[in-house]
Ligand binder design. Structure first.
Ligand code: FES
Ligand SMILES: [Fe+2]
Length: 354
């Protein structure tokens, strides 16, 4: 038996894409595709004066505010690898807790306390990623930020209240979670306690069309959208119109028409922390019930997503199968079929082993 030479072993070891995070849980091609998009990593209110740590696509990030600007960087000090998120911000610079080197919003090292008059190597520079604030969330793109941010027009519409529900961690893939959000046949079963009714399981035919990078589905039914205890607020026979608009990879807007011109818009923004962990952010805008405490909205939102979580965390396989033969669609799945096709079009899922 021949033993491989040391140089051959090194060649194999270092073939990996240097961009990929350590311990990347994604297929490398999927990671590269997903990295091009913007993903939310935190609620804007979570980021105060101290740096924040977050994980996106298996990459550890430090997020900080530098004189009003939001900065996201790899959470690794280029000096000796300490986590910068354990440091602090001083005069707009991020200070590493290990040896006190400080970094500007542009990422360049500004100061080395142990050699105040010595040279600062150019390579003492953070890996900076594009970051921005929108819809009450902080968004980061690891791959340059060239794709557009998902739109959420209701957020800034006149007369609409802005609510950012606390995020929810789900031990499932972002694709599975997003598909669950647009799945209308599960209302009667999973949400029987919160708003729907197991005795009302029929899904009337609904329309699905391609829109932008994703789809638009219009679903009209008599499934009440008020919390069960308030279902009497809808007039007898009221027909509920729900519009789902999906942008790849993991964004779904749901607009629900309430009685008397009420409108509720929800952005389901599923952030892929890893291929098996999703941090779900849910900004909501509504033009009614402004007097009701937002805590009630948080509680109702959590109840619904906890109901979903119980199933989504158990689905097998964990990855959303893109191969159409892997699972068996039914008529009510028109929107999820279109969603899977949209994901396939951007190249995701080609290596899924489902
Ligand atoms: S590891 Fe950050 S200053 Fe040394
Ligand atoms: Fe659900």
């Amino acid at each position: 038996m021949s033993v491989p030479s040391l140089s051959a072993i090194s060649a194999v070891t270092f073939q990996k894409n240097p961009q990929l995070p350590r311990n990347c849980t994604f297929d490398p091609r999927d990671w590269e595709i997903l990295s091009k998009y913007w993903h939310p990593v935190a609620a804007a209110t979570e980021l105060g004066n101290a740096p924040l740590s977050a994980t996106l696509l298996d990459e550890s990030l430090v997020i900080f505010r530098s004189e009003g600007q939001i900065v996201a960087a790899r959470d690794v000090c280029p000096h000796r690898g300490a986590p910068l998120s354990r440091g602090w911000v001083e005069n707009g610079n991020l200070v590493c807790p290990y040896h006190g080197l400080s970094y500007s919003a542009g990422g360049q090292c500004q100061h080395i306390p142990s050699q105040p008059n010595g040279p600062i190597p150019d390579r003492l520079k953070l890996n900076i990623y594009p970051a921005q604030e929108a819809y009450g969330l902080i968004w980061v793109s690891l791959g340059g930020g060239h794709e557009p941010l998902p739109s959420f027009e209701a957020w800034d519409a006149a007369g609409f209240q802005q609510i950012v529900c606390p995020s929810i961690d789900i031990k499932a893939s972002a694709g599975r979670q997003t598909e669950g959000f647009i799945d209308v046949a599960h209302f009667a079963w999973i949400h029987n306690e919160s708003f729907a009714d197991r005795g009302n399981a029929v899904v009337p035919q609904y329309s699905v069309e391609r829109q932008g990078t994703g789809l638009r589905a219009e679903y009209v039914s008599n499934v009440n959208n008020f919390p069960k205890a308030f279902s009497h607020r809808a007039p007898q026979g009221f027909l509920w119109r729900r519009t789902f608009e999906v942008d790849v990879p993991f964004f779904a807007r749901l607009t629900v028409q309430f009685p008397e011109g009420g409108r509720l818009s929800i952005l389901n923004a599923a952030s892929p922390v890893s291929s098996r962990l999703t941090r779900l952010f849910v900004p909501i805008a509504r033009n009614f019930d402004h007097h009701i405490p937002v805590q009630d909205v948080y509680d109702f939102n959590r109840q619904i997503f906890e109901e979903d979580r119980a199933i989504v965390e158990q689905q097998c396989p964990e990855d959303l199968p893109i191969d159409r033969t892997a699972e068996v669609p039914i008529l009510a799945d028109r929107s999820s079929g279109a969603y899977r096709r949209a994901l396939a079009e951007i190249g995701l899922g080609q290596a899924y082993s489902s």
